[in-house]
Design a protein around this ligand. Sequence first.
Ligand code: GDP
Ligand code: IMO
Ligand code: MG
Length: 425
Amino acid sequence: MSVMVVLGTQWGDEGKGKITDLLARDVDLVVRYQGGNNAGHTVVIKETTFKLHLIPSGIFYPNVMCLIGNGVVVDPAVLLQEIESLRTQGHSGDNLRISGQAHVIFPYHKDLDSAQEKKAEAGRIGTTSRGIGPCYVDKYNRRGIRISDLFNQEVFKAKLKWNLDEKSWILNNYYGMKVSYDLDSILNEYLGYAHAIKKQVVDESTSLVQEAIIQRKHILMEGAQGTMLDVDHGTYPYVTSSNPISGGACVGAGFSPRAIDEIIGVTKAYVTRVGGGPFPTEIDGKGGEELREKGHEYGATTGRPRRCGWFDGVVMRHASKINGLTSLAVTKLDVLDSFEKIDVCTAYRLNGKEIKHFPTDMAKLEKCEPVYTELSGWRETLGKITDYKHLPANAKKYLDKLAELAGCKISLVSVGAERGQIIKL
Ligand code: GDP
Ligand code: IMO
Ligand code: MG
């Protein structure tokens, strides 16, 4: 296999960090292709838990090059903290590269993110308030400042001035805030960041990726967020501002779709969501709380409690098709160990009719009721199982159901957070 994409099939937090870390052992290059430090990818190696926000989850193998791709939005202060925190834990991070084409998050992006959310009140998205959306807005509006701009002081200063003038006007006059940005102090702060990351910045990051493809190197494209948070194909407007789907990998790393060999959909054995927006299989009250506690479902970035629900086969079908999944990596199966009965949503009921496709119109989606099939639990501890044949019969039946709904095979089953807690099929 030369190019494999690893992405989330739900609303994020499926366990992409764990699966990427596992698969990265056998690759030469890992590329993060979209999102920013709204992501929180957890990797557990023995007793140590690492939470990565920007750095690709292949960083723990010194021989694997890890690239922050052109499609990512980078908060350099966060990146430097992350590099520092890895260093103190014994990982040099010398294998990290950053695309010069990636866009930079500035203080006004974070201020705009918070101001927008505050003003929205009822229609609040529940963003991570990391400035992700406003930074992508600037990118698409061609006002963005890229990493490479930080190394050309004249260009950088002119672009920054223009942005500070515009953003402070909007924040003060439309959002009623009282901000005043000092051009020189922000300029110097970011020049300092630029100096600190200089050695790791690659101007031609797409050439680096393409050269690796030509040389038939093994490459893993690591998605952040998930299919249902995709700005085009998710539950718009309750989404993030990028394209986590497989197509987004080509854009955010810079290579042809023809190069992709494998697309692995990371799929939690149930579903969670952080922030606002529709969630058809959400379990209210005690049932939801039970899943949250058993699965430790609290955000890796913001610490917010995650909303929990049963596996959604309609979402699964949608994700399978839009991404062209070649296999699934099912995670957190162990969280369901103690359940006597487990519901799986196989369709939605809309205006008295059963539908199997995911409605893109939010007004329709809000009216959808999940149609469930009840499966029996296995009531055994799966955490130590590493061979598929030792899984209880009911756990196998559950996995078969997920594979049937996805219309593809399962290649990996994760039964615990630690690196070794995995079953390869
Ligand atoms: P990501 O954003 O997709 O990388 O996922 P997160 O790291 O935000 O959330 C997944 C959480 O589940 C993390 O705390 C992981 O350590 C944990 N985790 C991953 N796989 C498993 C698993 O198979 N079982 C259990 N119990 N926890 C897991
Ligand atoms: P990983 O990579 C879960 C959610 C936010 C909010 C919406 C928009 O760890 O799976 P944003 O700050 O992106 O503008 O927020 O998207 N969100 C995530 N939810 N996992 C993530 O990343 C997320 N990144 C953003 O909670 O609902
Ligand atoms: Mg996460």
